[in-house]
Design a protein around this ligand. Structure first.
Ligand code: KG4
Ligand code: ZN
Length: 348
């Protein structure tokens, strides 16, 4: 089988998504989001998201197959996100995928959503180098990975010790009065603000803690510092310079992420950095990665915006990698794993 065709299904959070990938080609890509239903609560409500997945599952999968001008019998395998994510949401996607696989007698892979975020770059840049570094920045994860083989072996080089970068942005966005998810709003305002207006702490970059955690991240202090600064301004009756707050925050976080990623590439002798996760849509981070990549001779593989946030293509692409590598499909009774560890690529 030279060019496996895989149907990928995604339901970890508030997107119900399905896509068909053939080899390294994206044949169809359908995403339905329940984000609007969560906005007024300031975050994703698992119960509402699960119900939305149950409603959207069949229409989304049908459309992905129809757009690809395929029937279920035309795919070689099905892949579904088995974790990490919201348990109820994962259960809908995995149960649906199991039913399809059973009915059509197709192999099924319960894959790691986070690894999917980096796998998706292959649709734009081709296969991974045999030994490479990856930076994953999403709502729930901020990690540096050493990818020996995306289908078989991934090691965690560093990770956040507290909040994820996306989580930190979403919390500060809330203080500034932006609706959920706040990351894109901060991005937009940051583009016209002064990145040096306020000093934002850069956790684990200096002194002993920096030396002890060269590839780890910490963003909890960022939120506290920005919140204090806003309170102090308010106490003095001053107006909050929203653009400047956003620019200072975005600039500082992008600096830490890109700096540690570049250092990890040098440590592991990798001239490529694979980037993925919803936060990799952030323009300040993208710009800084490109700039530092040029300076250090590292090729930055950053997904196009529509492939940064959750989608089915990332799941299908990792499914293709697993089929190509001859990895055994997940067993029929495989479970969801809402806390799936980052070095686990597929459920047995
Ligand atoms: O990967 P993702 O879609 O969901 C998870 O698996 O967590 O990531 C969502 C996160 C949210 O925190 C959102 O605010 C953030 O990605 N995000 C951004 C941007 N677009 C999405 N953060 C900053 N700037 C953006 N342009
Ligand atoms: Zn994600």
């Amino acid at each position: 089988m030279s060019e496996p065709v895989v149907l990928g299904i995604e339901s970890t959070c508030d997107e119900t998504a399905a896509a068909v990938v053939r080899g390294r080609e994206l044949v169809s890509n359908v995403v339905a989001s329940s984000m609007d239903e969560h906005a007024r609560y300031g975050g994703v409500i698992p119960e509402i998201a699960s119900r939305a997945h149950a409603e959207a599952f069949v229409p989304v999968v049908s459309k992905a197959l129809a757009d690809a001008q395929m029937e279920l019998s035309d795919v070689d395998a099905i892949a579904v996100s088995a974790g990490p994510g919201l348990a109820g949401c994962l259960a809908v996607g995995v149960s649906g995928a199991k039913s399809l696989a059973y009915a059509a007698n197709k192999p099924l892979y319960g894959i790691n959503h986070v690894i999917g975020h980096i796998a998706v770059t292959q649709l734009q840049f081709g296969s991974f180098p045999s030994d490479t570094l990856a930076l994953i920045v999403s709502g729930g994860h901020t990690s540096l990975l050493h990818v020996t083989d995306v289908a078989r072996h991934v090691d965690v080089v560093g990770t956040t010790l507290d909040d994820a970068a996306g989580e930190c942005f979403d919390k500060i966005a809330r203080l500034l009065g932006f609706p959920y998810p706040g990351g894109p709003h901060i991005d937009r305002h940051a583009q016209v603000g002064d990145p040096h207006a306020l000093k934002v702490p850069q956790g684990l970059t200096q002194g002993r803690s920096g030396a002890a955690h060269p590839y780890d991240f910490s963003f909890s202090g960022v939120k506290t510092a920005v919140a204090r600064w806003i309170e102090a301004q308010q106490a003095e009756g001053k107006e909050i310079p929203v653009d400047d707050v956003c620019a200072s925050l975005a600039n500082s976080v992008a600096d830490v992420l890109s700096e540690k990623a570049v250092r990890a590439c040098e440590r592991f002798d990798s001239d490529t950095l694979i980037v993925g996760g919803g936060f990799s849509a952030n323009s300040q981070l993208r710009n800084m990665l490109v700039k530092k990549g040029k300076r250090h001779g590292i090729e930055m593989r950053i997904p196009q915006i529509k492939l940064c946030t959750d989608n089915g293509a990332m799941v299908a692409m990792l499914g293709v990698n697993l089929v190509e590598a001859g990895v055994a499909p997940s067993s029929p009774d495989f479970s969801i794993d809402s806390a799936m560890p980052m070095d686990k690529i597929v459920m047995e």
